[in-house]
Write a protein that binds this ligand. Structure first.
Ligand code: NI
Length: 186
Protein backbone atom coordinates (compact mmCIF):
# COMPACT_ATOMS: atom_id res chain seq x y z
CA UNK A 1 0.00 0.00 0.00
CA UNK A 2 1.09 3.55 -0.60
CA UNK A 3 -0.10 6.99 0.30
CA UNK A 4 -0.92 9.02 -2.78
CA UNK A 5 -1.12 12.80 -3.20
CA UNK A 6 -4.59 14.25 -2.82
CA UNK A 7 -5.45 16.86 -5.45
CA UNK A 8 -6.91 20.13 -4.18
CA UNK A 9 -8.93 22.90 -5.81
CA UNK A 10 -8.61 24.47 -8.31
CA UNK A 11 -6.91 21.45 -9.94
CA UNK A 12 -8.94 20.89 -13.16
CA UNK A 13 -8.60 17.09 -12.85
CA UNK A 14 -11.19 17.29 -10.04
CA UNK A 15 -13.74 18.49 -12.62
CA UNK A 16 -13.34 15.37 -14.78
CA UNK A 17 -16.13 12.84 -15.11
CA UNK A 18 -14.79 9.42 -14.09
CA UNK A 19 -15.14 6.31 -16.26
CA UNK A 20 -16.94 3.13 -15.17
CA UNK A 21 -14.72 0.20 -14.15
CA UNK A 22 -14.78 -2.81 -16.54
CA UNK A 23 -12.98 -5.41 -14.44
CA UNK A 24 -12.53 -5.77 -10.70
CA UNK A 25 -9.00 -7.18 -10.53
CA UNK A 26 -5.92 -7.02 -8.31
CA UNK A 27 -4.78 -3.79 -9.93
CA UNK A 28 -8.08 -2.13 -9.00
CA UNK A 29 -7.86 -3.57 -5.48
CA UNK A 30 -4.34 -2.10 -5.19
CA UNK A 31 -5.77 1.29 -6.12
CA UNK A 32 -8.52 0.89 -3.48
CA UNK A 33 -5.94 -0.19 -0.85
CA UNK A 34 -3.85 2.90 -1.63
CA UNK A 35 -6.94 5.11 -1.52
CA UNK A 36 -7.93 3.75 1.88
CA UNK A 37 -4.44 4.28 3.30
CA UNK A 38 -4.37 7.81 1.83
CA UNK A 39 -7.80 8.55 3.33
CA UNK A 40 -6.82 7.26 6.80
CA UNK A 41 -3.58 9.28 6.73
CA UNK A 42 -5.31 12.52 5.72
CA UNK A 43 -7.46 11.81 7.86
CA UNK A 44 -10.85 11.59 6.16
CA UNK A 45 -13.96 9.40 6.07
CA UNK A 46 -14.40 9.16 2.30
CA UNK A 47 -12.28 9.45 -0.83
CA UNK A 48 -13.03 9.18 -4.55
CA UNK A 49 -10.39 7.92 -7.01
CA UNK A 50 -10.37 11.21 -8.93
CA UNK A 51 -9.03 12.90 -5.77
CA UNK A 52 -5.81 10.94 -6.27
CA UNK A 53 -5.93 11.67 -10.02
CA UNK A 54 -7.49 8.39 -11.21
CA UNK A 55 -10.65 8.93 -13.30
CA UNK A 56 -12.39 5.68 -12.34
CA UNK A 57 -15.76 5.32 -10.65
CA UNK A 58 -14.33 4.08 -7.35
CA UNK A 59 -14.89 5.27 -3.77
CA UNK A 60 -13.55 4.22 -0.38
CA UNK A 61 -15.12 5.11 2.95
CA UNK A 62 -14.90 4.38 6.66
CA UNK A 63 -17.54 5.84 8.94
CA UNK A 64 -16.36 4.11 12.13
CA UNK A 65 -16.32 6.46 15.10
CA UNK A 66 -13.33 7.13 17.37
CA UNK A 67 -12.38 4.02 19.33
CA UNK A 68 -14.40 1.76 17.03
CA UNK A 69 -12.65 -0.88 14.91
CA UNK A 70 -11.99 0.17 11.30
CA UNK A 71 -14.91 -0.51 8.95
CA UNK A 72 -13.64 0.14 5.41
CA UNK A 73 -16.17 0.16 2.60
CA UNK A 74 -15.41 0.06 -1.12
CA UNK A 75 -17.73 1.13 -3.91
CA UNK A 76 -17.14 0.35 -7.58
CA UNK A 77 -19.48 1.88 -10.21
CA UNK A 78 -21.92 3.16 -7.54
CA UNK A 79 -25.37 4.31 -8.63
CA UNK A 80 -28.21 6.02 -6.80
CA UNK A 81 -31.47 4.21 -7.54
CA UNK A 82 -33.80 6.45 -5.52
CA UNK A 83 -33.71 9.03 -2.77
CA UNK A 84 -36.05 10.26 -0.06
CA UNK A 85 -37.63 13.70 -0.34
CA UNK A 86 -36.56 14.37 3.25
CA UNK A 87 -33.20 16.14 3.43
CA UNK A 88 -30.53 16.18 6.10
CA UNK A 89 -28.49 19.38 6.47
CA UNK A 90 -24.92 18.40 7.29
CA UNK A 91 -21.70 20.38 7.75
CA UNK A 92 -19.54 18.93 4.97
CA UNK A 93 -15.84 19.13 4.34
CA UNK A 94 -13.62 17.63 1.64
CA UNK A 95 -9.98 16.53 1.48
CA UNK A 96 -9.74 18.36 -1.87
CA UNK A 97 -11.00 21.58 -0.26
CA UNK A 98 -9.05 21.44 3.03
CA UNK A 99 -10.15 23.47 6.06
CA UNK A 100 -13.42 24.57 4.41
CA UNK A 101 -16.71 23.44 5.92
CA UNK A 102 -20.27 24.40 5.03
CA UNK A 103 -23.76 23.07 5.42
CA UNK A 104 -25.29 21.18 2.50
CA UNK A 105 -28.75 19.61 2.51
CA UNK A 106 -28.92 16.28 0.69
CA UNK A 107 -31.50 13.50 0.76
CA UNK A 108 -31.43 11.74 4.14
CA UNK A 109 -31.83 8.31 2.55
CA UNK A 110 -30.60 6.94 -0.75
CA UNK A 111 -30.97 3.48 -2.26
CA UNK A 112 -27.63 2.61 -3.82
CA UNK A 113 -26.18 -0.13 -5.97
CA UNK A 114 -22.47 -0.86 -6.39
CA UNK A 115 -19.84 -3.59 -6.64
CA UNK A 116 -17.86 -4.33 -3.49
CA UNK A 117 -14.11 -5.03 -3.05
CA UNK A 118 -14.51 -8.50 -4.57
CA UNK A 119 -16.74 -7.31 -7.42
CA UNK A 120 -19.98 -8.64 -5.87
CA UNK A 121 -23.10 -6.54 -6.48
CA UNK A 122 -24.66 -4.88 -3.43
CA UNK A 123 -27.95 -3.00 -3.22
CA UNK A 124 -28.92 -1.23 0.00
CA UNK A 125 -30.37 1.87 1.60
CA UNK A 126 -27.81 4.38 2.90
CA UNK A 127 -29.04 6.61 5.71
CA UNK A 128 -27.87 9.70 7.58
CA UNK A 129 -24.08 10.19 7.51
CA UNK A 130 -23.69 7.17 5.22
CA UNK A 131 -26.16 8.70 2.74
CA UNK A 132 -24.49 12.12 2.96
CA UNK A 133 -21.02 10.67 2.44
CA UNK A 134 -21.95 8.41 -0.45
CA UNK A 135 -23.70 11.29 -2.25
CA UNK A 136 -20.71 13.60 -1.63
CA UNK A 137 -18.28 10.99 -2.99
CA UNK A 138 -20.52 10.13 -5.95
CA UNK A 139 -20.58 13.82 -6.87
CA UNK A 140 -16.77 13.60 -7.18
CA UNK A 141 -17.20 10.91 -9.85
CA UNK A 142 -19.12 13.47 -11.91
CA UNK A 143 -16.61 16.27 -11.30
CA UNK A 144 -18.77 17.98 -8.68
CA UNK A 145 -17.36 19.28 -5.39
CA UNK A 146 -19.43 20.10 -2.32
CA UNK A 147 -18.56 23.79 -2.78
CA UNK A 148 -20.35 23.60 -6.16
CA UNK A 149 -23.57 23.35 -4.11
CA UNK A 150 -22.77 26.70 -2.43
CA UNK A 151 -23.22 30.24 -3.77
CA UNK A 152 -20.64 31.43 -6.30
CA UNK A 153 -19.26 33.91 -3.78
CA UNK A 154 -18.73 31.24 -1.11
CA UNK A 155 -17.22 28.89 -3.68
CA UNK A 156 -14.72 31.46 -4.97
CA UNK A 157 -13.79 32.44 -1.44
CA UNK A 158 -13.18 28.77 -0.53
CA UNK A 159 -10.93 28.17 -3.55
CA UNK A 160 -8.90 31.32 -2.80
CA UNK A 161 -8.48 30.28 0.84
CA UNK A 162 -7.19 26.83 -0.18
CA UNK A 163 -4.79 28.35 -2.74
CA UNK A 164 -3.45 30.82 -0.17
CA UNK A 165 -2.97 28.11 2.48
CA UNK A 166 -1.08 26.03 -0.07
CA UNK A 167 1.15 28.95 -1.08
CA UNK A 168 1.91 29.74 2.59
CA UNK A 169 2.76 26.10 3.18
CA UNK A 170 5.15 26.12 0.21
CA UNK A 171 6.91 29.21 1.61
CA UNK A 172 7.22 27.55 5.02
CA UNK A 173 8.64 24.43 3.43
CA UNK A 174 11.19 26.44 1.46
CA UNK A 175 12.38 28.36 4.52
CA UNK A 176 12.62 25.11 6.46
CA UNK A 177 14.82 23.70 3.70
CA UNK A 178 16.98 26.83 3.69
CA UNK A 179 17.39 26.51 7.47
CA UNK A 180 18.33 22.86 7.12
CA UNK A 181 20.87 23.70 4.40
CA UNK A 182 22.32 26.43 6.61
CA UNK A 183 22.68 24.01 9.51
CA UNK A 184 24.50 21.57 7.32
CA UNK A 185 26.92 24.18 6.02
CA UNK A 186 27.97 25.19 9.53
NI1 NI B 1 -14.77 15.28 -1.08
Amino acid sequence: MAIRDILTVPNPVLKQVSEPVDTVDDELRRLMDDMLETMYAAPGIGLAAIQVGVAKRVIVMDLAGKGEPPAPKYFINPEILETDAETLPYEEGCLSVPEIYDEIARPKRARIRYLDYDGNPVEEWAEDLYAVCVQHEMDHLDGILFIDHLSRLKRERAVKKVQKAKADEAVERTSAEVEKAATRSL
